[in-house]
Ligand binder design. Structure first.
Ligand code: NAD
Length: 479
């Protein structure tokens, strides 16, 4: 793991402490910032991304072996799309939302005003480092919050690029990116931010909540988990195979919403296996040597993670899981080929922890109750994918389970839908973002009520007969 020496992280934190004081001042100014100023910051960040696109692509290639088209599709495009969407709608979202009086508040006027939560710390992970750092920054800008950003130490080239991009385009009191590892992140967590926006593994999420609890700050937690896929016998199998081959193996499976494991109906399991393996061979290469040299295929982020994945595979095989495809790994080159295993036991590590790599377990199921029970026996996942034509089956699975999001007859596409909230539930996260939901994540919904001619004063003490009768009537009619 790359970690700043203790002294460096200490001096970084003392600089961050001073900076946060400035940002606290700035955040008061930003409360009244007009849409025009926020839109200008959003446009400036989008234009910096466009002009630094080549450097970002090169850094992503260095860190993760990401091919340029994949970086464009999954890192740069979502950021630019978010900027465009915010630019189109921000003025409307910032307007006060007037609400009708209720019977008990007749004679008043009320509205909801979105105001910035204030100084925000954004901690981001390594798997989509540009996307998962800059979309929260855009959402914070939309809401009028100053930010300190701490990208992941596991993608040093991209984190350095993000530092240059943010720090050379914004004054530090508006936005500052700080590089560093766990010690730096922990030091930042000790500072009195008003909002913590964390994307990463669940293990650290508890520490983020503890830090927020110390200051009673708000949090958004974008976590992961084992996102299941269910393939019913009514599904279009070749379509499911085509999409899973992309969704599971893009970024070498290191995607928070990647299908983690697949339940396939026993009646079509053999047909699906055949369709899937043919598709994997067509897309990623029919021979191990072709797959190894496929420049469209990413690398694992670190040797340690590569080893972790090879251990998961070895453990599953030792417990009786059958290898259907792939299995070759080269930890020194951070390479694991697309791998499919059949029916690993529930107790195997592969079925216990989030895989976060290019190993796909396929498991048979006989009826919906079995698959629903299996999904509900695990922590609530970030996404659930259902492949089926049978609407009743789809309704039953959705109605009996819980997850951050659901996609029917596709995978991962919901992350690109700007009008949908993106986030988890329970173990997969708290809160959501993207588009309006991102603006809302960094905003406080302030309730404002103005009295015009409310008759409420007749309810006040002293409780003579008039207020007594008025309260009794209120209870009877409106209670
Ligand atoms: P990581 O190791 O890069 O950690 C994420 C961030 O947390 C880094 O910036 C790191 O420096 C910081 N960090 C590490 N230890 C810390 C500590 N003790 N205190 C404070 N900060 C600390 O990334 P990761 O956690 O391995 O990321 C992978 C996980 O993230 C997976 O579980 C994945 O599903 C999840 N994820 C979720 C989303 C989402 O949008 N919901 C997106 C991507 C990844």
């Amino acid at each position: 793991m790359i970690e700043l020496p203790m002294d460096t992280s200490r001096s970084t934190i003392s600089q961050a402490t001073q900076l946060l004081e400035k940002q606290q001042q700035r955040s008061i100014e930003l409360r009244a910032s007009p849409a025009r100023e926020r839109l200008e910051r959003i446009a400036r960040l989008a234009s910096a991304v466009r002009s630094e696109a080549d450097a970002l692509r090169a850094a992503l290639h260095d860190d993760l072996g990401k091919p340029a088209p994949e970086s464009d599709l999954t890192e740069l495009f979502p950021v630019l799309q978010e900027a465009r969407y915010l630019a189109r709608h921000l003025r409307r979202w910032m307007r006060n939302r007037h609400v009708m009086p209720t019977a008990a508040t007749l004679g008043t006027r009320a509205r909801v005003r979105y105001e910035p939560r204030g100084t925000s710390l954004i901690i981001s992970p390594w798997n989509y480092p540009v996307n998962l750092t800059l979309i929260p920054v855009l959402d914070a800008f939309a809401a009028g919050c100053p930010v300190i950003v701490k990208p992941s130490e596991f993608t040093p080239a991209t984190s350095a690029c993000l530092r240059r991009l943010i720090n050379s385009n914004f004054p530090p009191e508006d936005a500052m990116s700080i590089e560093g590892g766990v010690e730096t992140a922990k030091g930042l967590l000790d500072l009195p931010f008003e909002h913590f926006f964390y994307t990463g593994g669940g293990r650290v999420a508890g520490e983020i909540m503890r830090a927020a609890a110390r200051n009673l700050a708000s949090v958004t937690l974008e976590l992961g988990g084992k996102s299941p896929t269910v393939i019913d016998q009514s599904a279009d199998l070749s379509r499911a195979a085509r999409i899973l081959t992309w969704a599971k193996f893009a970024n070498a499976g290191q995607t928070c919403i990647a299908p983690d494991y697949v339940y396939v109906h026993a009646a079509i399991a053999v047909d699906f296996q055949k369709a899937l393996l043919e598709e994997i061979a067509r897309v990623w290469g029919s021979e191990p040597a072709i797959r190894r040299n496929n420049t469209d295929y990413c690398r694992i982020v670190s040797t340690r993670h590569t080893q972790r994945l090879t251990e998961l595979l070895a453990d599953a095989r030792s417990r009786g899981a059958r290898l259907l495809f792939g299995g070759e790994a080269d930890p020194a080159k951070r390479y694991i080929e697309p791998t499919v295993v059949w029916n690993p036991p529930a107790g195997s590590q592969l079925m216990q922890e989030e895989i976060f790599g290019p190993i796909l377990p396929l498991l048979p199921f006989q009826d919906d109750e079995e698959v629903i029970a299996a999904i509900n026996s695990r922590p609530k996942p970030l996404a659930l994918y259902i492949y089926a034509r049978d609407r009743k089956f789809i309704r039953r699975i959705i109605g009996s389970t819980s997850s951050g999001g659901v996609v029917i007859n596709h995978s991962m596409l919901h992350v690109l839908h700007e009008r949908l909230p993106f986030g988890g539930v329970g173990a997969s996260g708290l809160g959501s973002y993207h588009g309006f939901y991102g603006f809302r994540a960094f905003s406080h919904e302030r309730a404002i009520l103005e009295d015009k001619f409310s008759p409420s004063r007749i309810l006040f003490p002293p409780y003579t007969s008039l207020p007594r009768r008025a309260i009794a009537l209120l209870l009877k009619v409106l209670g």
